[in-house]
Design a protein around this ligand. Structure first.
Ligand SMILES: Nc1ncnc2c1ncn2[C@@H]1O[C@H](COP(=O)(O)OP(=O)(O)OP(=O)(O)O)[C@@H](O)[C@H]1O
Ligand SMILES: [Mg+2]
Length: 300
């Protein structure tokens, strides 16, 4: 395995604020192998999206940096495609055209029109969306939009797929379907994936490793948990698997015992844990949407 595929080395980031520089990340180090599925988990506001944005090339580290196959990441590029929580499709374009836009940009100079057409169809087929090629985003469900977003990201043939809470806005059943699709796709394409999630079960089910981040400011990598469960993984079988439950327990213990937030009640961590007021409001809305009963054991 090429463990030097993606290297995040000594990354610090400071954001300028009216009160002076705000250090969000302190000395983040992580080596990821080709084809590895890594989840980032940690309380709200700790810096998960910031790490992802640095790997995407959207943010520049203040210190340290990122190497992909030995090449320094300095800007966004199609070899590192991003899937956000909210699909971010263009509303006036059909599913087909949304993917086409990305394909033309990446392969406009190398693939013929027919090859591009076939490639767009192929990627929409991968996410089971061939039946809705001509539908616009407002004519399909949230889960379908997220599928198209994933097809668009995959269509760029990225080495690394960066996913920021890709299923966070979806109901539990749709989320489960998409998790299964993602596992299948990743098995066949062998993309390297970094996925941010607040869902402990999602992290254990999908990941080869779970990277648990300490609370910010100046967050760093707290612990890394290797998930040594055979694939393909079946959520029903794993529910009673002692090893699965031990992993799950280890993540929960990191989040709620070792790195709990003193001001955060265990029963409703997501609603209060953010360092940023605007994020707090977002999170509260998400908790209410996902789990009116407040019974999930998601991270904050
Ligand atoms: N562009 C920015 N300017 C100033 N501060 C920022 C900026 N981006 C992020 N931050 C701050 O950096 C910290 C980490 O933010 P980040 O969005 O990475 O957290 P997160 O772990 O993704 O949180 P969440 O789980 O709520 O999405 C927060 O305190 C946030 O307010
Ligand atoms: Mg985030």
């Amino acid at each position: 395995m090429n463990t030097k595929h993606l290297e995040i080395s000594g990354v610090d980031i400071e954001f300028p604020t009216p009160k002076g520089p705000f250090k969000a990340l302190d000395n983040i180090n992580l080596k990821i192998a080709e084809g590895e599925f890594v989840s980032l988990i940690g309380h709200s506001g700790c810096g998960k999206s910031t790490v992802l944005n640095i790997v995407a090339g959207l943010y520049q580290a203040t210190k340290g940096g990122v190497l992909l196959d030995g090449k320094e990441v300095t800007e966004p590029g199609p070899e590192r495609s991003v899937v956000f929580q909210n699909h971010s499709l263009l509303p006036w374009l059909s599913c087909y055209e949304n993917v086409e836009l990305a394909v033309k940009q990446v392969f406009g100079g190398t693939k013929s029109k027919a090859e591009m057409r076939e490639w767009i169809h192929h990627n929409l087929e991968l996410v089971h969306m061939s039946h809705a090629l001509d539908k616009r985003p407002d004519e399909i469900s949230g889960g379908m939009k997220q599928r198209v977003g994933i097809a668009r990201a995959l269509s760029m043939q990225p080495k690394v797929l960066l996913m920021d809470e890709p299923f966070g806005a979806l109901d539990a059943l749709t989320r489960a379907h998409l998790q299964d699709s993602l596992m299948e796709i990743q098995k066949s394409l062998n993309n390297t994936v970094i996925m941010i999630t607040h869902d402990v079960d999602e992290a254990v089910l999908l990941s080869d490793r779970i990277v648990m981040m300490t609370n910010g400011p100046a967050a760093s990598v707290g612990e890394i948990l290797e998930i040594d469960l055979p694939r393909p993984r079946d959520r029903i079988q794993l529910a009673d698997d002692p090893l699965y439950n031990r992993y799950r327990q280890a993540v929960l213990s990191f989040l709620y015992e070792k790195h709990s937030k003193p001001d955060v009640p265990r029963s409703a961590p997501q609603a209060t844990a953010s360092a940023a007021p605007e994020k707090q409001a977002d999170r509260q809305e998400k908790v209410l949407k996902e789990d009116p009963a407040g019974s999930r054991e998601d991270a904050a």
